[in-house]
Ligand binder design. Structure first.
Ligand code: DQA
Length: 151
């Protein structure tokens, strides 16, 4: 079964409690349950990981680099700073979608810069949890298009 990995960075484990006016009331567990359900329905293995630590995120990216058919990542505040996460993502030879719950371009100027957007196939920003579901469904259709192409 093809695998899609979803990685969330620091403070995203606090969704539901953290600035709900920006990030919504839904918890990360609720979002993850919905993502797993989409995976089950579409017969794709969905692996989900969250860490507050830059090194742990890098270790995870390295570990899955040759095993995943697609990656969805919300690096949280590391989006704006982490060249090390960017370097790890360059190991991945599969489509990467960058996602943010809030619209980073409507916020402080230090959030307007993403150090990974140019290596992602696309960025989804400002659509809350719906962005994760859209990203997963898009990667799943991309995988099936690619497998048809290989047949
Ligand atoms: C975020 C936006 C980042 O600027 C912020 O540091 C986060 C969450 C988002 O999902 O909107 O932690 O990535």
């Amino acid at each position: 079964m093809k695998k899609i990995v979803i990685i969330n960075g620091p403070n995203l484990n606090m969704l539901g409690k953290r600035e709900p006016e920006l990030y919504g009331d839904t918890t990360l567990e609720q979002i993850n349950a919905e993502l797993c359900e989409i995976g089950r329905q579409k017969k794709v293995c969905v692996e989900i990981f969250q860490s507050n630590h830059e090194g742990a995120i890098i270790d995870k990216i390295q570990a899955i680099s040759d095993q995943c058919a697609g990656l969805i990542i919300n690096p949280g505040a590391f989006t704006h700073t982490s060249i090390a996460i960017r370097d790890a993502l360059l190991l991945i030879d599969a489509p990467i979608i960058e996602i943010h719950l809030s619209n980073i371009y409507k916020r402080e100027t230090f959030r307007h810069k993403s150090v990974i957007s140019d290596i992602a196939v696309g960025q989804i920003t400002g659509f809350g949890e719906a962005g994760y579901f859209f990203a997963l469904k898009t990667l799943i259709s991309d995988i099936s298009v690619r497998s048809d192409y290989n047949e």
